[in-house]
Design a protein around this ligand. Sequence first.
Ligand code: NCD
Length: 317
Amino acid sequence: MIRHLLSSADLSKDDAVLILDTAEELLSVASRPIKKLPTLRGRTVVNLFFEDSTRTRISFEAAAKRLSADVINFSSKGSSVSKGESLKDTALTLQAMGADAVVIRHGSSGAPHRLAHASWINGAIINAGDGSHEHPTQALLDAFTMRRHLGDLDGRRVTIVGDVLHSRVARSNALLLSILGADVTLVAPPTLLPVGVDSWPVQTSYELDGALDKADVVMMLRVQGERMNDAFFPSAREYSRRYGLDTRRMRRLPEHAIVMHPGPMNRGMEITADVADSARSVIVEQVTNGVAVRMAVLYLLLSGSTDAESTEAREEA
Ligand code: NCD
């Protein structure tokens, strides 16, 4: 198993399947009256969040607590980051407190890689979303959710729609799904597809209707207003008309197809409320599955070695 989880591309197919299979076993813990295992007792997990988050932060916290780890939550708001403290000094502080794993969300692409490669921290680094770059545990929970509904993902068709340009979820999903053998089609207006998308393992289209008829999964992406400093489409209405999922469009999907969204949703923009709340939507299930998948990631990265062992291993390397 890998030492850090920075990108979906770090995973081999065997690693990814091991995480998904482990998550499957851990999912049952969530349905017990007492939702706790002693596996990570005495280990410390730090949630280091420099960007806003509801689901991901709570999910990592629940996952670590269900494995009996000690959890320290750090949010840059209200911390010394607002006094200008650097990532390095923040990291050294966490190391001094004995962090075994650091879950980091940061507005800058590459921040988790910097933490992992600068040796400021001995523990495992888990990327919980860096800028518009990657969000590998979201991709894992999405793949987990797909697999529960569709079985093996080999040859399955996944259509990912919307603001691909700003979406770390889209990139991490495209990479992971191709590792798992699924066929991914990205649908977006030309202005919301990233430069270099030709080198991604996907097909692209500017037109939604044609990409629904054969899809097993349609994943809608949030239009990320906070990352847009320009006009990427004429109006919200025009965007919804061309790229939004409404009931009429949903009828084009095959009977068994599922509708996904990583949240938070702009209801009425990329997805209508009736689609989001429909029987085909697995959006709430994604959140539940996220805890099991993050438990699996923490367990696999942390349970194998103690901090002393991982320090020795690094010194030998
Ligand atoms: C996503 C994120 O933060 O990248 N949300 C999430 O983690 N559930 C997607 C988004 O913000 O649109």
